[in-house]
Design a protein around this ligand. Structure first.
Ligand SMILES: [Zn+2]
Length: 459
Protein backbone atom coordinates (compact mmCIF):
# COMPACT_ATOMS: atom_id res chain seq x y z
CA UNK A 1 0.00 0.00 0.00
CA UNK A 2 1.24 3.44 -0.90
CA UNK A 3 2.14 5.49 2.22
CA UNK A 4 -0.30 8.23 1.21
CA UNK A 5 -3.21 5.79 1.17
CA UNK A 6 -2.22 4.48 4.56
CA UNK A 7 -2.09 7.96 6.13
CA UNK A 8 -5.41 8.89 4.60
CA UNK A 9 -6.98 5.66 5.74
CA UNK A 10 -5.78 6.11 9.32
CA UNK A 11 -7.02 9.69 9.35
CA UNK A 12 -10.43 8.58 8.13
CA UNK A 13 -10.98 5.58 10.40
CA UNK A 14 -13.46 6.11 13.15
CA UNK A 15 -14.38 9.57 11.92
CA UNK A 16 -16.84 8.58 9.23
CA UNK A 17 -20.07 6.79 9.84
CA UNK A 18 -22.53 5.15 7.52
CA UNK A 19 -24.72 6.81 4.94
CA UNK A 20 -27.39 5.40 2.65
CA UNK A 21 -28.40 7.08 -0.60
CA UNK A 22 -31.73 5.49 -1.40
CA UNK A 23 -34.03 5.36 -4.44
CA UNK A 24 -31.25 6.47 -6.73
CA UNK A 25 -31.17 5.93 -10.46
CA UNK A 26 -27.67 5.02 -11.58
CA UNK A 27 -26.29 4.07 -14.98
CA UNK A 28 -24.98 0.54 -15.22
CA UNK A 29 -23.57 -0.19 -18.70
CA UNK A 30 -25.42 2.94 -19.85
CA UNK A 31 -28.75 1.56 -18.54
CA UNK A 32 -30.75 3.45 -15.86
CA UNK A 33 -31.03 1.15 -12.88
CA UNK A 34 -32.71 1.68 -9.51
CA UNK A 35 -30.33 1.29 -6.61
CA UNK A 36 -29.70 1.94 -2.96
CA UNK A 37 -26.13 2.90 -2.21
CA UNK A 38 -24.67 2.01 1.16
CA UNK A 39 -21.59 3.91 2.28
CA UNK A 40 -19.30 3.13 5.21
CA UNK A 41 -15.96 4.67 6.16
CA UNK A 42 -15.88 6.75 3.01
CA UNK A 43 -16.27 3.80 0.65
CA UNK A 44 -19.18 2.31 -1.24
CA UNK A 45 -20.11 -0.84 0.66
CA UNK A 46 -22.92 -2.03 -1.58
CA UNK A 47 -25.04 -1.04 -4.55
CA UNK A 48 -28.25 -2.99 -4.66
CA UNK A 49 -32.03 -2.97 -4.78
CA UNK A 50 -32.22 -4.16 -1.22
CA UNK A 51 -33.10 -1.72 1.53
CA UNK A 52 -30.16 -0.72 3.63
CA UNK A 53 -30.29 -1.56 7.34
CA UNK A 54 -29.30 0.64 10.26
CA UNK A 55 -27.30 3.70 9.13
CA UNK A 56 -26.25 7.03 10.64
CA UNK A 57 -27.95 8.98 7.88
CA UNK A 58 -30.40 8.12 5.13
CA UNK A 59 -30.98 10.32 2.08
CA UNK A 60 -33.97 9.50 -0.13
CA UNK A 61 -33.21 10.98 -3.56
CA UNK A 62 -36.63 9.97 -4.92
CA UNK A 63 -35.59 8.53 -8.26
CA UNK A 64 -33.11 11.22 -9.20
CA UNK A 65 -30.08 10.28 -11.27
CA UNK A 66 -26.85 9.79 -9.36
CA UNK A 67 -23.50 9.93 -11.13
CA UNK A 68 -20.02 9.23 -9.75
CA UNK A 69 -18.56 12.54 -8.55
CA UNK A 70 -16.99 14.26 -11.53
CA UNK A 71 -13.25 13.89 -12.10
CA UNK A 72 -11.90 17.10 -13.60
CA UNK A 73 -8.70 16.18 -15.42
CA UNK A 74 -7.39 19.72 -15.92
CA UNK A 75 -8.06 22.67 -13.62
CA UNK A 76 -5.87 25.45 -12.26
CA UNK A 77 -7.03 25.77 -8.67
CA UNK A 78 -3.92 26.93 -6.89
CA UNK A 79 -0.81 28.85 -7.83
CA UNK A 80 0.95 30.54 -4.89
CA UNK A 81 1.68 33.56 -7.09
CA UNK A 82 -1.96 34.00 -8.12
CA UNK A 83 -4.16 33.31 -5.12
CA UNK A 84 -6.21 36.43 -5.90
CA UNK A 85 -7.63 34.44 -8.82
CA UNK A 86 -8.36 31.22 -6.92
CA UNK A 87 -6.85 28.91 -4.35
CA UNK A 88 -7.35 25.32 -3.26
CA UNK A 89 -10.05 26.27 -0.74
CA UNK A 90 -12.14 28.48 -3.04
CA UNK A 91 -11.56 26.45 -6.21
CA UNK A 92 -12.43 23.16 -4.56
CA UNK A 93 -15.55 24.75 -3.01
CA UNK A 94 -16.70 25.83 -6.48
CA UNK A 95 -15.88 22.32 -7.70
CA UNK A 96 -17.94 20.64 -4.97
CA UNK A 97 -20.91 22.93 -5.65
CA UNK A 98 -20.61 21.87 -9.29
CA UNK A 99 -20.57 18.14 -8.57
CA UNK A 100 -16.80 17.74 -9.06
CA UNK A 101 -15.23 15.59 -6.32
CA UNK A 102 -11.77 14.97 -7.78
CA UNK A 103 -9.43 17.25 -9.65
CA UNK A 104 -6.15 16.65 -11.39
CA UNK A 105 -4.67 20.02 -10.55
CA UNK A 106 -2.67 21.61 -13.33
CA UNK A 107 0.41 23.75 -12.86
CA UNK A 108 -0.27 27.33 -13.96
CA UNK A 109 2.89 29.43 -13.75
CA UNK A 110 4.88 28.66 -10.61
CA UNK A 111 6.88 25.52 -11.54
CA UNK A 112 5.89 22.16 -10.05
CA UNK A 113 8.81 20.31 -11.57
CA UNK A 114 10.90 18.90 -8.70
CA UNK A 115 10.01 16.35 -6.01
CA UNK A 116 10.19 19.12 -3.38
CA UNK A 117 7.80 21.37 -5.27
CA UNK A 118 5.41 18.50 -5.87
CA UNK A 119 5.44 17.65 -2.17
CA UNK A 120 4.83 21.28 -1.24
CA UNK A 121 1.80 21.40 -3.50
CA UNK A 122 0.45 18.16 -2.05
CA UNK A 123 0.76 19.66 1.42
CA UNK A 124 -1.09 22.81 0.42
CA UNK A 125 -3.85 20.74 -1.17
CA UNK A 126 -4.29 18.40 1.78
CA UNK A 127 -4.40 21.38 4.11
CA UNK A 128 -7.02 23.37 2.27
CA UNK A 129 -8.83 21.43 -0.45
CA UNK A 130 -12.40 20.25 -0.09
CA UNK A 131 -12.08 17.62 -2.81
CA UNK A 132 -9.54 14.89 -3.52
CA UNK A 133 -6.80 15.62 -5.99
CA UNK A 134 -3.98 14.35 -8.13
CA UNK A 135 -1.37 16.59 -9.72
CA UNK A 136 0.12 17.23 -13.12
CA UNK A 137 3.79 18.25 -12.92
CA UNK A 138 5.27 20.91 -15.19
CA UNK A 139 6.06 22.81 -17.15
CA UNK A 140 8.50 20.21 -18.46
CA UNK A 141 11.47 20.92 -20.70
CA UNK A 142 15.06 19.77 -21.23
CA UNK A 143 16.21 21.42 -18.00
CA UNK A 144 13.93 19.50 -15.64
CA UNK A 145 13.52 16.27 -17.62
CA UNK A 146 15.87 14.48 -15.24
CA UNK A 147 13.35 15.05 -12.38
CA UNK A 148 10.63 12.96 -14.00
CA UNK A 149 11.71 9.65 -12.45
CA UNK A 150 11.83 11.08 -8.91
CA UNK A 151 8.46 12.79 -9.35
CA UNK A 152 6.80 9.54 -10.42
CA UNK A 153 8.05 8.08 -7.12
CA UNK A 154 5.63 10.41 -5.32
CA UNK A 155 2.72 9.18 -7.40
CA UNK A 156 2.60 11.95 -10.01
CA UNK A 157 2.72 10.34 -13.43
CA UNK A 158 1.31 13.10 -15.58
CA UNK A 159 3.50 15.84 -17.03
CA UNK A 160 2.70 18.99 -18.98
CA UNK A 161 4.59 20.62 -21.81
CA UNK A 162 4.02 23.15 -24.60
CA UNK A 163 4.73 23.37 -28.32
CA UNK A 164 4.39 27.16 -28.17
CA UNK A 165 5.10 30.14 -25.94
CA UNK A 166 5.22 30.84 -23.05
CA UNK A 167 6.66 27.38 -22.26
CA UNK A 168 7.87 26.50 -25.76
CA UNK A 169 9.78 23.27 -26.16
CA UNK A 170 11.38 22.50 -29.55
CA UNK A 171 11.10 19.21 -31.45
CA UNK A 172 14.17 17.72 -29.84
CA UNK A 173 12.83 18.66 -26.40
CA UNK A 174 9.40 17.24 -27.17
CA UNK A 175 10.83 13.91 -28.31
CA UNK A 176 13.17 13.72 -25.32
CA UNK A 177 10.24 14.30 -22.96
CA UNK A 178 8.20 11.61 -24.72
CA UNK A 179 11.06 9.13 -24.38
CA UNK A 180 11.46 9.87 -20.67
CA UNK A 181 7.74 9.79 -19.79
CA UNK A 182 7.44 6.50 -21.69
CA UNK A 183 10.38 5.04 -19.75
CA UNK A 184 8.74 6.17 -16.51
CA UNK A 185 5.28 4.79 -17.38
CA UNK A 186 3.78 8.24 -17.45
CA UNK A 187 1.64 10.41 -19.64
CA UNK A 188 2.74 13.58 -21.42
CA UNK A 189 0.09 16.32 -21.69
CA UNK A 190 0.74 18.72 -24.52
CA UNK A 191 -0.56 22.22 -25.08
CA UNK A 192 -0.62 21.85 -28.86
CA UNK A 193 -0.43 25.04 -30.87
CA UNK A 194 2.19 25.63 -33.51
CA UNK A 195 4.85 28.18 -32.55
CA UNK A 196 5.82 29.08 -36.12
CA UNK A 197 2.23 29.77 -37.19
CA UNK A 198 1.80 31.97 -34.12
CA UNK A 199 4.95 33.93 -34.90
CA UNK A 200 4.06 34.42 -38.57
CA UNK A 201 0.55 35.57 -37.70
CA UNK A 202 1.80 37.96 -35.05
CA UNK A 203 3.74 39.79 -37.75
CA UNK A 204 0.67 39.93 -39.99
CA UNK A 205 -1.39 41.40 -37.15
CA UNK A 206 1.02 44.34 -37.22
CA UNK A 207 0.27 45.93 -33.90
CA UNK A 208 -3.48 45.19 -33.65
CA UNK A 209 -4.71 45.22 -30.04
CA UNK A 210 -8.46 44.59 -30.42
CA UNK A 211 -9.95 41.45 -28.80
CA UNK A 212 -10.38 39.66 -32.16
CA UNK A 213 -6.65 40.01 -32.85
CA UNK A 214 -6.03 37.33 -30.24
CA UNK A 215 -8.43 34.93 -32.00
CA UNK A 216 -6.72 35.68 -35.36
CA UNK A 217 -3.30 34.97 -33.87
CA UNK A 218 -3.60 31.18 -33.52
CA UNK A 219 -6.41 29.95 -35.81
CA UNK A 220 -7.34 26.31 -36.56
CA UNK A 221 -4.19 25.67 -38.57
CA UNK A 222 -2.04 26.41 -35.50
CA UNK A 223 -3.68 23.62 -33.52
CA UNK A 224 -3.77 21.32 -36.54
CA UNK A 225 -0.01 21.58 -37.14
CA UNK A 226 0.90 20.95 -33.52
CA UNK A 227 -1.53 18.06 -32.98
CA UNK A 228 -0.19 16.41 -36.14
CA UNK A 229 3.36 16.71 -34.84
CA UNK A 230 2.50 15.37 -31.39
CA UNK A 231 0.64 12.30 -32.67
CA UNK A 232 3.38 11.61 -35.25
CA UNK A 233 6.09 11.68 -32.61
CA UNK A 234 3.98 9.64 -30.20
CA UNK A 235 3.45 7.09 -32.93
CA UNK A 236 7.16 6.87 -33.74
CA UNK A 237 8.19 6.63 -30.06
CA UNK A 238 5.30 4.58 -28.67
CA UNK A 239 4.68 7.36 -26.16
CA UNK A 240 1.44 7.95 -24.31
CA UNK A 241 0.28 11.50 -24.96
CA UNK A 242 -2.74 13.55 -23.98
CA UNK A 243 -3.72 16.60 -26.03
CA UNK A 244 -4.90 19.31 -23.64
CA UNK A 245 -8.00 21.50 -24.26
CA UNK A 246 -8.60 20.69 -27.91
CA UNK A 247 -10.62 23.36 -29.70
CA UNK A 248 -10.76 22.56 -33.43
CA UNK A 249 -12.44 20.21 -35.91
CA UNK A 250 -9.02 19.55 -37.47
CA UNK A 251 -7.70 18.35 -34.11
CA UNK A 252 -10.63 15.91 -33.78
CA UNK A 253 -9.98 14.48 -37.26
CA UNK A 254 -6.26 14.01 -36.56
CA UNK A 255 -6.87 12.28 -33.22
CA UNK A 256 -9.47 10.02 -34.81
CA UNK A 257 -7.00 8.93 -37.50
CA UNK A 258 -4.21 8.49 -34.94
CA UNK A 259 -6.40 6.30 -32.73
CA UNK A 260 -7.20 4.10 -35.71
CA UNK A 261 -3.45 3.72 -36.23
CA UNK A 262 -3.18 2.65 -32.56
CA UNK A 263 -1.31 5.73 -31.43
CA UNK A 264 -1.58 5.99 -27.65
CA UNK A 265 -3.29 9.36 -27.72
CA UNK A 266 -6.17 10.70 -25.66
CA UNK A 267 -7.67 14.16 -25.69
CA UNK A 268 -9.92 16.56 -23.89
CA UNK A 269 -12.11 19.49 -24.71
CA UNK A 270 -13.68 22.03 -22.36
CA UNK A 271 -17.16 23.49 -21.77
CA UNK A 272 -16.21 26.83 -23.36
CA UNK A 273 -15.15 25.21 -26.64
CA UNK A 274 -18.53 23.44 -26.70
CA UNK A 275 -20.61 26.56 -26.04
CA UNK A 276 -18.90 29.66 -27.44
CA UNK A 277 -17.42 30.69 -30.79
CA UNK A 278 -15.05 33.51 -31.67
CA UNK A 279 -18.13 35.62 -32.50
CA UNK A 280 -18.98 35.70 -28.80
CA UNK A 281 -15.75 37.61 -28.25
CA UNK A 282 -17.35 40.60 -29.93
CA UNK A 283 -19.65 40.99 -26.95
CA UNK A 284 -17.59 39.54 -24.09
CA UNK A 285 -14.21 40.67 -25.45
CA UNK A 286 -11.28 39.89 -23.13
CA UNK A 287 -13.54 37.90 -20.80
CA UNK A 288 -13.48 35.16 -23.44
CA UNK A 289 -9.75 35.42 -24.09
CA UNK A 290 -8.28 31.95 -23.58
CA UNK A 291 -5.58 29.69 -25.02
CA UNK A 292 -6.30 28.07 -27.42
CA UNK A 293 -8.71 30.76 -28.58
CA UNK A 294 -12.34 30.12 -29.49
CA UNK A 295 -13.03 28.80 -32.99
CA UNK A 296 -16.17 28.58 -35.17
CA UNK A 297 -19.54 26.73 -35.19
CA UNK A 298 -18.10 23.90 -37.32
CA UNK A 299 -15.54 23.24 -34.58
CA UNK A 300 -18.18 23.27 -31.84
CA UNK A 301 -20.19 20.63 -33.70
CA UNK A 302 -17.07 18.52 -34.37
CA UNK A 303 -16.19 18.53 -30.66
CA UNK A 304 -19.70 17.42 -29.60
CA UNK A 305 -19.55 14.69 -32.23
CA UNK A 306 -16.07 13.70 -31.05
CA UNK A 307 -17.45 13.21 -27.54
CA UNK A 308 -20.30 11.08 -28.86
CA UNK A 309 -18.12 8.79 -30.97
CA UNK A 310 -15.29 8.48 -28.42
CA UNK A 311 -12.63 10.43 -30.33
CA UNK A 312 -12.64 13.12 -27.63
CA UNK A 313 -12.14 11.12 -24.44
CA UNK A 314 -12.94 13.62 -21.72
CA UNK A 315 -14.30 17.03 -20.81
CA UNK A 316 -12.17 19.05 -18.43
CA UNK A 317 -12.99 22.48 -17.03
CA UNK A 318 -9.58 24.03 -17.75
CA UNK A 319 -10.64 26.34 -14.92
CA UNK A 320 -8.24 29.29 -15.21
CA UNK A 321 -9.93 32.39 -13.87
CA UNK A 322 -8.54 35.89 -14.04
CA UNK A 323 -9.74 38.83 -11.95
CA UNK A 324 -11.97 41.49 -13.52
CA UNK A 325 -9.00 43.88 -13.51
CA UNK A 326 -6.89 41.32 -15.35
CA UNK A 327 -9.64 41.03 -17.97
CA UNK A 328 -10.78 44.66 -18.28
CA UNK A 329 -7.37 45.86 -19.51
CA UNK A 330 -7.97 43.75 -22.60
CA UNK A 331 -10.58 46.09 -24.09
CA UNK A 332 -7.80 48.49 -25.08
CA UNK A 333 -4.98 45.96 -25.35
CA UNK A 334 -6.03 42.31 -25.67
CA UNK A 335 -2.42 41.15 -25.27
CA UNK A 336 -2.34 42.61 -21.74
CA UNK A 337 -5.40 40.62 -20.57
CA UNK A 338 -5.28 37.29 -18.74
CA UNK A 339 -6.20 34.35 -20.99
CA UNK A 340 -8.49 31.91 -19.19
CA UNK A 341 -12.00 31.56 -17.77
CA UNK A 342 -13.61 30.29 -14.56
CA UNK A 343 -15.36 27.04 -15.51
CA UNK A 344 -15.31 24.33 -12.85
CA UNK A 345 -18.67 25.06 -11.20
CA UNK A 346 -20.63 25.37 -14.44
CA UNK A 347 -19.06 22.35 -16.18
CA UNK A 348 -21.74 19.83 -15.15
CA UNK A 349 -24.67 22.25 -15.76
CA UNK A 350 -23.26 22.92 -19.25
CA UNK A 351 -23.00 19.19 -19.98
CA UNK A 352 -26.54 18.56 -18.73
CA UNK A 353 -28.13 21.65 -20.27
CA UNK A 354 -26.30 21.97 -23.59
CA UNK A 355 -25.46 18.26 -23.89
CA UNK A 356 -28.14 15.97 -22.45
CA UNK A 357 -31.17 18.28 -22.58
CA UNK A 358 -30.38 19.38 -26.13
CA UNK A 359 -29.94 15.77 -27.24
CA UNK A 360 -26.29 16.17 -28.14
CA UNK A 361 -25.12 13.62 -25.58
CA UNK A 362 -26.72 10.89 -23.53
CA UNK A 363 -26.35 11.00 -19.76
CA UNK A 364 -24.28 7.81 -20.09
CA UNK A 365 -21.85 9.68 -22.32
CA UNK A 366 -21.59 12.46 -19.75
CA UNK A 367 -20.75 9.83 -17.12
CA UNK A 368 -18.14 8.37 -19.47
CA UNK A 369 -16.41 11.64 -20.42
CA UNK A 370 -16.68 13.45 -17.07
CA UNK A 371 -16.23 10.60 -14.59
CA UNK A 372 -14.98 7.24 -15.90
CA UNK A 373 -12.56 8.22 -18.65
CA UNK A 374 -10.66 10.95 -16.77
CA UNK A 375 -10.19 8.57 -13.83
CA UNK A 376 -8.95 5.87 -16.20
CA UNK A 377 -6.60 8.14 -18.17
CA UNK A 378 -5.01 9.59 -15.05
CA UNK A 379 -4.70 6.30 -13.19
CA UNK A 380 -7.19 6.65 -10.34
CA UNK A 381 -9.93 4.29 -11.60
CA UNK A 382 -11.99 2.53 -10.19
CA UNK A 383 -11.27 4.22 -6.85
CA UNK A 384 -12.65 7.33 -8.58
CA UNK A 385 -15.15 7.64 -11.45
CA UNK A 386 -17.28 4.62 -10.57
CA UNK A 387 -20.31 3.79 -8.47
CA UNK A 388 -19.30 0.30 -7.44
CA UNK A 389 -18.53 -1.69 -4.34
CA UNK A 390 -15.12 -0.71 -2.97
CA UNK A 391 -14.90 2.62 -4.83
CA UNK A 392 -14.59 5.89 -2.93
CA UNK A 393 -18.03 7.16 -1.97
CA UNK A 394 -18.03 10.15 -4.32
CA UNK A 395 -21.45 10.92 -5.77
CA UNK A 396 -23.39 13.71 -7.37
CA UNK A 397 -27.17 13.68 -7.35
CA UNK A 398 -28.56 15.64 -10.28
CA UNK A 399 -31.86 17.25 -11.19
CA UNK A 400 -32.11 16.98 -14.95
CA UNK A 401 -35.24 19.08 -15.40
CA UNK A 402 -34.56 21.94 -13.01
CA UNK A 403 -34.04 25.27 -14.77
CA UNK A 404 -32.04 28.09 -13.25
CA UNK A 405 -30.24 31.15 -14.50
CA UNK A 406 -26.51 31.30 -13.94
CA UNK A 407 -25.61 34.15 -11.59
CA UNK A 408 -21.98 34.74 -10.69
CA UNK A 409 -23.00 35.93 -7.23
CA UNK A 410 -24.41 32.45 -6.53
CA UNK A 411 -21.21 30.69 -7.65
CA UNK A 412 -18.16 30.21 -5.44
CA UNK A 413 -15.36 31.66 -7.55
CA UNK A 414 -13.05 34.23 -6.02
CA UNK A 415 -13.15 36.34 -9.18
CA UNK A 416 -16.92 36.91 -9.03
CA UNK A 417 -17.75 36.53 -12.71
CA UNK A 418 -18.65 33.81 -15.20
CA UNK A 419 -18.87 33.83 -19.01
CA UNK A 420 -22.29 32.14 -18.61
CA UNK A 421 -23.87 35.06 -16.70
CA UNK A 422 -27.63 35.04 -17.36
CA UNK A 423 -27.67 31.72 -19.26
CA UNK A 424 -30.74 29.63 -18.49
CA UNK A 425 -29.36 26.17 -17.72
CA UNK A 426 -31.55 23.09 -17.45
CA UNK A 427 -29.96 20.39 -15.30
CA UNK A 428 -28.10 21.08 -12.04
CA UNK A 429 -26.28 19.21 -9.30
CA UNK A 430 -28.47 18.82 -6.23
CA UNK A 431 -26.20 17.08 -3.75
CA UNK A 432 -22.49 16.23 -3.72
CA UNK A 433 -20.87 13.55 -1.56
CA UNK A 434 -17.10 13.02 -1.34
CA UNK A 435 -15.65 10.15 0.65
CA UNK A 436 -19.04 9.60 2.28
CA UNK A 437 -19.24 13.21 3.48
CA UNK A 438 -21.93 15.52 2.17
CA UNK A 439 -20.17 18.56 0.71
CA UNK A 440 -23.02 20.36 -1.01
CA UNK A 441 -26.71 20.15 -0.20
CA UNK A 442 -29.78 22.32 -0.75
CA UNK A 443 -27.73 24.91 -2.61
CA UNK A 444 -25.31 25.27 0.30
CA UNK A 445 -21.75 24.16 0.83
CA UNK A 446 -21.60 22.12 4.01
CA UNK A 447 -18.23 20.36 3.70
CA UNK A 448 -15.07 21.43 5.43
CA UNK A 449 -11.84 22.08 3.59
CA UNK A 450 -8.71 20.28 4.67
CA UNK A 451 -10.31 16.85 4.61
CA UNK A 452 -9.13 15.97 1.12
CA UNK A 453 -6.58 13.41 0.02
CA UNK A 454 -3.82 13.43 -2.53
CA UNK A 455 -4.30 10.55 -4.95
CA UNK A 456 -1.22 8.84 -6.39
CA UNK A 457 -1.69 7.64 -9.98
CA UNK A 458 -1.16 4.12 -11.16
CA UNK A 459 -0.63 4.22 -14.88
ZN1 LIG B 1 -4.53 24.71 -18.51
Amino acid sequence: MHPYYLCALLAYRGRLGTLAVENARILIRARPTKANILIADGKIKSVSRRKTGQVDRRIDVKGKFVLPGLVDGHAHLHDPAFTAREDFASGSSAAAAGGVTTVVEMVLSTPVDTPERVRAKIETGERSSLIDFSLHAGMMNLNNLQNIAAITGIGVRSFKTFTCKPYYVDDHGLMSLMRETTMQHSILNVHAENERTANENLEKLSGRKDPMAHADWKPNVAEEGAVRKVVDYAHALGARVHISHMSSAEGVTLVKTAKRARVKVTTETCPHYLTFTRKDMKKQGPYLKMNPSLKGPRDVEALWKGLRDGTVDIVTSEHAPGTREEKEVGWTDIWAAWGGVPAIETMLPVMLSEGVNKNRLSLATVQRVCCENPAKIFGIYPMKGAIARGADADLVVIELKVKRKVRAEELHYKVGWTPYEGWMMKGWPFLTVRGGQVLFEGGQLVGKSGSARFLPMSI
